[in-house]
Design a protein around this ligand. Sequence first.
Ligand code: SAM
Length: 235
Amino acid sequence: MPEGRKTGTGSRILQKRRIKTVSEENVPADYTEMDFLEAKRFDKKVKENFMPAVVSTVKQIIEDYGVLEGVCVDVGCGTAVFAIELCRHSKLKIYALEKEKAIYEVARMNIEKERLTDKIIPVLGNAHELPFENEFANFLISRGSYHCWEDKVRVFKEIYRVLKKGGIGFVGGGFGRYVTEEELNRMKSLRDHSLKEDAKAYSSPDKLREVIYKANISNFHIVHDKAGLWAEIKK
Ligand SMILES: C[S@@+](CC[C@H](N)C(=O)[O-])C[C@H]1O[C@@H](n2cnc3c(N)ncnc32)[C@H](O)[C@@H]1O
């Protein structure tokens, strides 16, 4: 066999290996496809890779809004890793809402394992039709779910409906201002690899602004910095 062909085959094998390594490192992001085992793998990957962002964002929230109390809704809570951290640093009663049954089951198990069942209530439901009455929540958080919403305007209308007067919504995605540069670069690269095209949602402040205007919300401001891309909504 000519030398060139050997090298070609070798490089194809190497390329395959490289592709496999990258996809193994990715955090699963096809939420709708997940069965229980895949949801457990998603949970493990989030805990292994994104804890600095969770800790940093909760720290930022408590610093900006004070020790929060009352009712909180976490929209698209995943396996409740963020809700658990927020609960530990606040006096909130958190309704952790998740659309995917398998992910919701893992969230329920995490909440039980942390003995927080009196403070965090897992809810199986869809952000497009929040299963809460008007003016239910003092605080609403949604981190890293925005890119999934098919009708973003509708979800923001739901978020506004559910907020109490005087309530605050903090919606978007990112890593919080307290991560180190090194942590930020590692997590950002992993997120972008995992979400692929969807990651662009978190670098488009104009689109986020447009969606919120269309939802007829006027009292908001967009934060786009090291902490990520966030909309702070005040009702
Ligand atoms: C990247 S995870 C973020 C989890 C968590 N918020 C965090 O900060 O770690 C996004 C989650 O949003 C959920 N999600 C997507 N669309 C949703 C919707 N329409 N209603 C409720 N949850 C949704 C997904 O199933 C997934 O669990």
